[in-house]
Structures are given as C-alpha cells and as structure tokens.
Design a protein. Sequence first.
Length: 420
Amino acid sequence: MNIRINHINKMEGHAGFMASVIKGDVKSAKLEVHEGIRLIEGILIGRYYKDMPIIAQRICGICPVVHNLTSIKAVENAMGVKVTNETVNLRKLLEWGQIIHSHALHLFFLSLADFLDIENDLNLVKKYPEETKKAIKVREYGMAIVKIVGGRVVHPLTNETGGFKKVPKLEDIQKLISQSEEVLPVALELGEFFKKIKLPDFSRESEYVCLNKEGEYAIYDGDVISNKGLHIPVKKFEQNFQELQRPQEIIKRVKSDSESSYMIGAIARINNQSRKLDTVAEKYFESLGYKLPDYNPFHNILYQMVEVVQAVEESLKLLKILANSHLENALTRNYEIKGGEGVAAVEAPRGTLYYYVDIDDKGYIKNLNIITPTAQFLSHLEDDIAAYLPRIFDLSDKEKEKKLRAFIRAYDPCISCAVH
C-alpha cells in the first residue's frame, strides 16, 4: 500500500508526503520537498560581511529576525566585536517579538482547524470570531515589537554588526509596555481556549536539543544541551551533529553523533527549560497537566502557546529595563575589521538555528554554513510518522490524509529555510 499526499497546505513552503507499507509494515515515510535549492550560502561567499545579515534574512519571510540575529552574531564572533547590554536586550526583544507572531500564526491559522474537524478556514473564523480577534491582537503585538526595534516587520533594517543603526524612541518603548500589559491577559485567554482542544495520544521517546543558559529561558545565546546528557558550547556543534545529503534530495539532513534523529523547537525547549519559565507562563504550563519528559509531538502546539505567554512576559521585562536604560549605548560604535571564524546559534520559533562563517582580513566571506531547524528535525518527523502510521491504517484514505496533514503541521516545518 502506498500513501501519497501531493501537497500539504497551510505550512511555510511546498511539500508533499509519501509512505510505503507492505503487509502492515511501514517501509518508508518521507516528506517530499517541492521547492528548488536556493544556494544562499554560495551567493554570500565572496561578499562583504555587511551583506550577510541583509541577504541571509531573505531565507524566510516568517522568521527573518532570527537569520538576521544569528548571522550578525557569527560575524561578531569571527571579528571579536563586543556589544553593549542595551544591544543584547534589544536583540532579545526582537527575537521574542518574532516568536510571538510566528507562533500565533501557526497556532491559530495553520494548525487549529486540524483538531476541530474544520476544513475551510473561513468557517473557523466564523465559528470562533472572538478567538480569531485575540489571535490577531497577540500576533500584531509581536509584529509591533519587530517594527519598532527592527525598523519594519519583515526583514529588519536597523540591526547590524556592532549594534544598531537606529534605536527606538523612549515613547515607543513606553507604548509597547502598555501594549504588553494589555496583551498578556489576552494571550492567557487564548491559552485557555487551546487547552480545550483534544490532541491525539501518541508518544515516541526522543532526544530534545536546544540552547541553555543559567538563570534564563534561553533563546539568544547559551550552550547546546539535550535531555540525553549532551552539553557542549555552540562552537562544537558541528563536531557533534553532522549534515548529510541523500541522493536526489535538496535538503541537507542533520543527525547527532548517535546517528539517531532528534527534535528541536518549542517541545524541546519546554522539556529542557520548563523550570526557567516566568511566573505566568509557568502557571499556564502547569495547568496543562502534562508530565515531563513529554514525547507527544502533537503537544508542540500547546508548548508554542506556553512560549507565547512566556514571550509576552519576557518582552515586558525587557521593555521596562530598556525604558530605564541609555538606549544610545546600543548605537553601533567603531570596531576593527579583521579575519577569523565565528559560530553562533539562536532559537528560532521552530528550533535552534546555527551559523558558521569564515571571514578574511578585509572583511570578505570565505566560507559559510547555515543549519536550519527544519533540516534538523526532518528525519525525526519521518521517524515519528512511521511509528504513527499503524494507528491509522484502518481509516479511510481521506481520514488518513487528514491525520497525516495534522501531524506534519504540528511540527510547524519551514521548507523555505530547509532549502536555503
């Protein structure tokens, strides 16, 4: 028996799915990418280092901020450029803003209908008009952060090596503080709505990988850890995780030293960092009643909701700090252009994004490697589906397709990033 889905809608990019089953035994389960390779790494080799964040953030229109941040951090690490606390706080705020608007989009407008047996999204909006307004309000708040700090919502303008070209006005920071206080209860109300959704009961033991930093829920920097005991600095990432490319595949997959697939993203971060959630987010997480370690990939959706609450809380904290800071300290200062190798990692909405760059003494890029979240969890997604398929063999073809689409969308893949 072959199971084929030619196109999976409501996710970033174009992909289908193919599985082969012989006498009840799943022989293969594969996400089929229907996009061409984009060669961003090759385009950047030979270009000036200042071009990298501008071009690399074009990899994705949903998560450009994290490509911008990670590329800049890699360049700074290569050239030994130090930045101020104000710069770091503005960058963290940018990343939290991106997580809010990406998660809100995926939670409500991409995945939700799968679990309410609604196929037409217009019917979803008609049936849940108040929840739709809340989701839009939360997402607009995340976009407002990115616009005020980054200069525009898609492909930010202000962030650069060494700091910012322009910093927000104090009155804009204060407006965002007021908006944060309005949005936090709205996010919690939306969270209560998502708690009522019945998600499939499926579990397969996994290795969860993410950043970790003492004393905070890490998204901007830290070491790489896993629930299987891994703890390494980011600079050793490529020594412990290897890219591989199968024949006739565009995407470079990533496997750990153990040769096994692994998972990243919200579910990995919550499993590894839940004890560091802020007060309101921690209470909401505890109210879900999930026990850790949690190996149900469908719960990635609810954990994104936890992170939305966490992101609003963290944004409010950062905004209050910034309101009492000297924001001009984040403006770019003079630094020495010199050669070197640099690595950096930042938590994208879908998991850890990794950059390596090698720059010559004049500031031109000699080599570059980008490892995206979807490339890392693709094999894990396929392994999960292979284990999940026997549970739905007896369903009609239409029902099997609906279940598989829901499963794949719960992972929140980004095909544009994967074929960068």
